[in-house]
Design a protein around this ligand. Structure first.
Ligand SMILES: Nc1ncnc2c1ncn2[C@@H]1O[C@H](COP(=O)(O)OP(=O)(O)OP(=O)(O)O)[C@@H](O)[C@H]1O
Ligand SMILES: [Mg+2]
Length: 281
């Protein structure tokens, strides 16, 4: 009787949350605010919009999500390779879950097919528990960043108004579109000195994408430059928790609402796709 009841509960739980959406966050240029966006977006989605969120640190060279959340670096995905169970490699923090450390992902490819399939199954199962899986990638445009983007339903491309950041954001979209035909980009302009500066930045990118690539990109929102964010980072706290009325937090709230208003098809098999794109499945 107990078993039946818990089996049913599992089934219901799976049904109500089996619609996770994968969002990859990338930029081209480093230091434009991806990780701060990722942790604060996760916090608001989880705490104000009551969504189940898994944040994955997929910055392979320089995993640092845990630092912004004032947590110790703990187990990561590679511990799955040595038989660790998925629930033990997830850390709970401020109402959402994080999966740290994709470093060592290359070792995955030394495993046999059955072990890889078992890891994919575990990752599928865990992802199904969430409404959104947010993937914070590293700077640059290597094949791993590109695989995370291509396996995701959509990618948020973060830029700032600086020409170098815009150029790298454009280069990232260009290379992934030209090589793979992937065009599910939504742009966020961070560190804006005014709303107008944010819109001008987006418009320039949009015109280049239309003219030279023939693709339409959307603006998801702009985020202001604010000293409160720097302050929060130094104190290893989140701006969204410390300064709920700061314009960064308010604009981020609008981005969450915008995301939640969208009706888009769901990614069926992110992990299988990711590992195939990375060279093994
Ligand atoms: N809106 C903002 N206003 C002021 N400072 C900001 C803003 N967004 C980010 N920063 C600052 O920019 C720096 C880099 O931020 P973050 O680490 O989030 O960037 P990143 O794109 O993840 O970097 P990397 O490419 O190294 O992963 C941090 O010191 C942060 O304080
Ligand atoms: Mg980062």
């Amino acid at each position: 009787m107990m078993d039946q009841a818990s089996g049913l509960r599992d089934l219901v739980a799976q049904k109500s949350t089996g619609n996770s959406k994968f969002i990859a966050i990338a930029s081209g240029k480093g230091g434009v605010g991806k990780t701060n966006f990722a942790v604060n977006f996760s916090y608001l989605m989880a705490n104000e919009f009551k969504k189940k969120i898994l944040l994955i640190d997929a910055d392979i060279g320089m995993a640092n999500v845990h630092l912004f959340l004032n947590r110790k670096a703990k187990k990561g995905i590679k511990d799955l390779f040595s038989g660790e169970k998925i629930d033990d490699v997830i850390t709970k923090v401020y109402g959402f879950d994080i999966l740290m450390g994709f470093s060592g992902i290359d070792d995955l490819f030394d495993l046999d097919d059955i072990s890889i399939q078992s890891i994919i199954n575990q990752l599928n199962e865990i992802s199904n528990r969430y409404d959104f899986v947010i993937i914070d990638t590293g700077a640059g445009i290597d094949e791993k960043v590109s695989a995370f983007l291509r396996a995701s339903n959509k990618s948020y491309i973060i830029t700032t108004p600086e020409p170098t950041a815009m150029m790298d954001a454009y280069a990232l979209m260009k290379s992934i579109y030209n090589i793979f035909g992937y065009d599910k980009f939504k742009v966020i302009v961070n560190m804006c000195r005014s709303e107008q500066e944010g819109e001008n930045t987006y418009n320039k990118l949009k015109v280049s994408c239309k003219k030279f690539l023939g693709i339409e990109i959307e603006l998801l929102g702009t985020l202001p430059f604010t000293n409160n964010l720097r302050q929060s980072v130094r104190a290893q706290k989140l701006i969204t928790m410390e300064y709920p009325k700061d314009s960064y937090t308010q604009n981020l709230r609008k981005i969450c609402q915008q995301e939640l208003s969208l009706q888009e098809p769901l990614e069926e098999n992110f992990w299988k796709k990711l590992f195939t794109l990375m060279g093994k499945s």
